[in-house]
Design a protein around this ligand. Structure first.
Ligand SMILES: Cc1cc2nc3c(=O)[nH]c(=O)nc-3n(C[C@H](O)[C@H](O)[C@H](O)COP(=O)(O)O)c2cc1C
Length: 397
């Protein structure tokens, strides 16, 4: 039987699936209910400064009929009082002493950071996550991603926290930056024990073309928000890979995880555990069942006993472009038996590709045929083909 338990930066958890800081970790009731369902840990909704949240605050992005493929939010940190949050965290820890609760923090002066860390450490929490990554609302006040975009500030604030913290400290990075390795190295320099990545990506979900107000709407206005959910996974994976290859801190992977295979991809690129927010907002705490059972089956199939057996296993297969094998060649092969004659491959190859498909008549039917010498092996035809395995790429040398 594979063992899903982890030790992440000194924190033990029964499995690598944690709730990310956000609406699902706003109250004791929610986190207790999540732990009952089987979640491995939770990062508490960020606390530290009194805020008021707006209404409405989420906008969904549908993609090809799939609702909430992405979501843009303009929510700030917890709008409950710090005292209420601390009481709730204590209650969760008393109810589930074996389940880690990491508290996400965001405040301003060195004195405020010190006080907040000391207060949180009284609750029995297991770790601290520094929110240097919220991209809206808080950043205009010099917090969140305003810190995360400035490596000097990341290092300084991490250091302030480490001056007093007894618990492990993760720094949560913003993707709204050109090179995420720079704040990651700065966090390490400041004494961080781990990285959490990524937070949301600056975005506008869409615009109401009748009243000209973007979404989400607060009356007749909107503002730039943060994109989360499945749409951001490729960006998160790349950033996790960049840090895993070079920075040398344990990584908690976040961004668009909604099923066990998403999580496996994060592990393979170097994450040691994962956090989920939007997936839980869409599907509830019951999501944990397919995550743990799917991961167990995958690990059994592959013969992995622990997450650490395969964390980072794909990194060796990523190289710089100039190291790729220029003599490696594939070409498309169309299975005329399963072709439905939609001509989509012909259209895209001619108009948006390399003119390597021609239409031929066969028994009164028009079928696409590959012109092998023109085929660059780009994959486009196989990507648009609506029939599973009708177009495959075959190796030529
Ligand atoms: C509505 C909403 C509120 C969030 N609030 C916080 C927060 O208070 N602190 C924080 O660090 N991240 C916050 N996040 C970011 C998530 O923790 C996570 O980093 C991000 O959504 C990407 O993961 P996901 O695609 O699984 O949602 C929030 C995300 C959403 C959607």
């Amino acid at each position: 039987m594979p063992d899903l338990s982890i030790n992440f930066a000194g924190i033990n958890a029964p499995n690598p699936f944690w709730l990310a800081s956000g609406p699902p970790t706003n109250t004791a009731e929610q986190v207790i209910s999540a732990f009952r369902a089987g979640w491995g840990g939770a990062v508490w909704k960020t606390i530290g400064t009194q805020v008021v949240n707006v209404s409405s605050r989420y906008a969904g992005i549908s993609f090809q009929g799939r609702k909430l493929a992405g979501m843009t939010n303009i929510e700030l940190i917890s709008d409950r009082s710090i005292a209420d949050n601390l009481r709730d965290i204590e209650l969760v820890k008393k109810t589930f002493p074996d389940r880690p609760v990491v508290v996400s923090l965001m405040t301003q002066s060195r004195k405020q950071w010190h006080q907040l860390v000391k207060d949180v450490e009284q609750t029995g929490a297991d770790g601290l996550e520094l929110n240097f990554s919220c991209p809206h609302g808080m950043s205009e006040r010099g917090m969140g991603s305003a810190v995360g975009q400035e490596p000097n500030l990341v290092e300084m604030l991490t250091h302030w926290v480490k001056e007093v913290a007894k618990l492990p400290v993760m720094v949560k990075l913003t993707p709204n930056i050109t090179d995420v390795r720079q704040p990651a190295f700065a966090a390490k320099q400041g004494g961080a024990d781990a990285l959490a990545m990524i937070n949301t990506i600056k975005s506008i979900a869409g615009v109401d073309i009748d009243n000209f107000v973007p979404f989400p709407q607060v009356g007749l206005h909107s503002t730039t928000g943060g994109l989360s959910g499945q749409m951001i996974k490729p960006i998160a994976l790349n950033m996790v890979k960049n840090c895993a290859k070079e920075v040398g801190l344990p990584i908690s992977g976040i961004g668009g995880i909604e099923n066990w295979n998403d999580a496996v991809e994060f592990f393979l690129l170097g994450a040691a555990m994962v956090q989920i927010c939007t997936g839980v907002m869409k599907r509830g705490f019951g999501l944990i069942h397919q995550l743990t059972s799917g991961l167990m089956s995958y690990m059994s199939d592959k013969g992995f006993e622990k997450i650490s057996d395969f964390s980072g296993k794909a990194l060796a297969n990523i190289t710089e472009w100039e190291n790729l094998d220029l003599s490696y060649k594939v070409v498309a092969l169309i299975n005329s038996g399963s072709c439905i004659g939609c001509r989509q491959c012909f259209i895209v190859c001619n108009d948006g590709g390399y003119q390597a498909i021609q239409l031929k008549e066969n028994d009164g039917q028009i079928i696409p045929v590959i012109i092998e010498e023109n085929c660059t092996g780009c994959n486009l035809c196989s990507l648009v083909c609506p029939v599973e395995k009708c177009i495959t790429m075959i190796r030529k040398n």
